[in-house]
Design a protein around this ligand. Sequence first.
Ligand code: AKB
Length: 326
Amino acid sequence: MQKILITGAAGQLGIELINALIPVYGAENILATDINPDAASKFSDTNFLSVNAMDADYLDKIVNEYKIDQVYHLAAILSANGEQNPLATWEVNMKSLLIVLELARKYKLKVFWPSSIAVFGRGTQRQNTPQNPGTIPNTVYGISKQAGEQWCNYYAEKFNVDVRSIRYPGLISYSSPPGGGTTDYAVDIFHKAVCNQNYECFLSEETRLPMMYMPDAVRATLELMQSDFKKIKTRTSYNISGISFTPAELFREIKKHLPEFQISYRPDFRQNIANTWPESIDDSIARIEWGWKPKYDLSKMTLNMLKNINKKRNRQGSSNLLISIL
Ligand code: AKB
């Protein structure tokens, strides 16, 4: 059975990905790691180690000792947080990736590394953004993902490293919080709505961005990693598309279930980031090469999010009569 190492495991994607990896590979074959030692409490089923993904020697030791076959290298600083400290973001995002790629070369590891729609920027066609447009990203996060994609491709071509990657849109999940990105509003809004609070959105009402419900994102990751080696011809990173919507459209969808819910708009620095990102994505290459197809649309995702956040609150004893209809 394959042994799997996950870095940045306590982040938004890590927690849910691990829940999907356990039934496939067995909890005993999964090693979750995160820089935050307190994250251990989130991983009662799997092994957990507190690891700084920039510590090359420690990672080498772990890969060797645990006889790791696959790495999901998720540790990174996202777009909005990254702008608060650009040089540290570059250091974390690039150094850790290069360490993992070197380990992959040395130990013949299979690697998953997430890229992002943040690679797109000035000069990019914003509707139906193609796989390989000209682009000048305007965040250090986007620059690091763009450079990272080139490094992945380089290691694949020069050293036959089996590295695979997806450009995630904004990810929306009810069970794990987002981690300091420009698309975080699309998660925060649900929590406010379910708590009967109004929401002040940090993007303007007509800001259309590509998003994806977490079950689709996790399935895409597993399907890409399980695809036949020969099918994976793109070694930079794949465009994948889920749902494109504006804050106003999401608000109207939530309001169908919670008619009292109100929203106001106060765009901040994240608006400038969003303005350079695509509105929708052309993912035809992922569809052709490994059969990608999303399952969730806006209405299905919204109902599912509201139901599950409500259920969670009920379990915590904070049930909310207003949404007992859900
Ligand atoms: C962010 O907003 O930074 C992330 C992303 C799109 O990569 N959610």
